[in-house]
Design a binder for this molecule. Structure first.
Ligand SMILES: [Zn+2]
Ligand SMILES: [Zn+2]
Length: 223
């Protein structure tokens, strides 16, 4: 599903959609929730592309991370670091992906986290993406230009203007191959397929997360 709405109509869309928003109805994501902080939830994706596919979702309804206020920046950073540590112990380096309002199926900000890093394609040299440093850059770009999509690994973050060709390019040349390289699945599958095949992947990532959290707590107590 695609929607081409200008930044100015986002607020109207938001107000209309909160009641039907999947991520605002907590009961929809309760069983998939791995951790809660004051303003964020870490949630296993219900139709994972690979094991370890999880989401960072603000509790409050924002259309995208460019819309999230600066007061949450430190909390977002801390949770991303925790995901990174978890991924590196269990899978591989993280890649964070926000497909933005422009390619969203749920119109509530969410950052996809995949253990498929580091990125291999040279995005800087290609001139497709803009190097960004932190939430502040994303917020500013969003205020000035509107929609975007976003890709980050443990080393660099890139923001992209919502150009459908560039989006397809990134999926085909970066995300697709990285997911394939880290799983037994070849190519993209339909969400319905992933939902069925994803059940054991979700169970596994949640079990690993619990072990990770127990070990973190033990480390904290012993130091
Ligand atoms: Zn929502
Ligand atoms: Zn999404």
């Amino acid at each position: 599903m695609q929607r081409q709405s200008g930044a100015s109509s986002d607020h109207q869309t938001t107000t209309n959609n909160i009641k039907e928003c999947t991520f605002c109805q907590v009961e929809n994501i309760e069983s998939l929730t791995m951790k809660e902080t004051q303003n964020l939830r870490l949630v296993a994706d219900y139709a994972p592309l690979i094991e370890g596919h999880i989401l960072i979702i603000p509790k409050q309804h924002y259309t995208c991370y460019g819309d999230v206020p600066a007061s949450l920046d430190d909390e977002i950073y801390a949770l991303k670091q925790e995901v990174r540590h978890f991924f590196e112990l269990n899978y591989a380096e993280p890649v964070y992906w926000e497909h933005g309002i422009f390619h969203q199926t749920v119109y509530h900000a969410h950052l996809h986290c995949f253990p498929i890093g580091p990125l291999v394609y040279d995005l800087e040299q290609s001139g497709l993406g803009l190097r960004v440093h932190g939430q502040d850059n994303i917020r500013r770009w969003h205020q000035e230009h509107g929609h975007y999509f976003y890709l980050e690994d443990a080393h660099h973050g890139y923001l992209f203007p919502p150009n459908p060709e560039d989006y397809t390019f990134i999926i085909k040349n970066e995300l697709g191959p990285a997911v394939a390289a880290h799983s037994n699945y070849k190519g993209w599958r339909m969400p319905q397929e992933r939902q069925i095949e994803g059940k054991p992947l979700i169970a596994s990532v949640m079990a690993r997360w619990q072990t990770f959290q127990r070990n973190e707590q033990a480390d904290a107590l012993s130091s």
